[in-house]
Design a protein around this ligand. Structure first.
Ligand SMILES: [Fe+2]
Ligand SMILES: [Fe+2]
Length: 169
């Protein structure tokens, strides 16, 4: 992973990484082999790699919104066993619950329609309505890519210093 990706992750994501919400996401298992936080970091890393490629093709990417959406897209899933009746309900409701966490965490001034729509639609194509922005399409692709890599023991977040992130520094 390039230093540029790491520095973008910290530039756009430091407040989120240090937040209580994100730190507590290291305590919940996700995709059987990960935590919600590690998965979210992997998704953000893949998103930023994609962004670098698109920008080389002169396609502009709102990297801040993309990074926020990637780091927070699954935070609504925290406490899933107490909150949802079953996996089906979790599948349908966690994007909306993630949006509530984001609004409370970053405030209305930092919140934008790219974050809103991308997180809301991140389960596409497993849910019928596609994302409206290319950042949202990137998020849904990165979510699946990261999940597959995690299963293969090759999480995109594996080269980050997770100890440092866990301490919120
Ligand atoms: Fe999700
Ligand atoms: Fe996810």
């Amino acid at each position: 992973m390039s230093d540029q990706i790491k520095s973008l992750l910290h530039q756009y994501g430091d407040d989120i990484l240090c937040s209580e919400e994100f730190q507590s996401a290291f305590g919940q298992t996700h995709h059987k082999c990960m935590t919600v936080a590690e998965h979210s970091l992997g998704v953000a890393v893949v998103c930023l790699h994609m962004s670098a490629i698109l920008q080389k093709m002169h396609i502009p990417v709102q990297e801040r919104s993309l990074t926020v959406a990637a780091l927070c897209h699954d935070l609504g899933i925290m406490g899933r066993h107490e909150k949802y009746k079953n996996d089906f309900e979790c599948f349908g409701k966690h994007p909306e619950d993630s949006l509530e966490v984001i609004r409370n965490m970053i405030g209305e001034d930092e919140y934008d329609d790219i974050i809103e729509n991308s997180v809301r639609r991140h389960m596409w194509p497993l849910t019928p309505v596609p994302p409206k922005y290319h950042e949202g399409v990137m998020l849904t692709a990165a979510d699946k890519i990261s999940a597959v890599m995690e299963r293969l023991g090759r999480s995109p977040a594996r080269k980050l210093d997770l100890r440092k992130v866990r301490q919120g520094s």
